[in-house]
Design a protein around this ligand. Sequence first.
Ligand code: OFO
Length: 171
Amino acid sequence: MIDTEIEEEINRQINEEMYSAYLYLSMSAHFESLGLKGFANWMYVQYQEEMDHAMKFYRYLHERGGKVRLYALKEPPHEWKSPLHAFEETLKHERHITERINFLVDLAERKKDRATFNMLQWYIDEQVEEEANDEEIIARLKLIGESAQGLLMLDSELGQRVYVPLVQEGK
Ligand code: OFO
């Protein structure tokens, strides 16, 4: 049986991951409305990945005999001043998620819950990758500046991103 404090914090994390999904779906819709189909695709893939993050915690809690509780989702913003602004907000949000994962790792350590500690290692690696992806796109957007041509080239590149379900990756 899983410790009740860990159970509660994993339930909060399911909500955090679902909010991440909601936020990125809102960004995807925003880019779609601007005709930036590639940016919209990138954010849609991100939305799908965040749902996987939520469901990985969901399945884990059941495996450990815990009870999943789904809490209300916050309403995400609907508009961003520019693609750069949207990606800066994405990075800010991911840094918050990294802090949450680190908090969960500390809690698992304090409670001597080795299984949870182990499961969380995947999220630690994932956060490194997510922050690096956002930082790279932010750097590119800063270089592009006001160039419409540069923005459209990046849009077409971001349109190539493909969703790979976690279950298919065996994770
Ligand atoms: Fe974006 O990594 Fe989950 O939330």
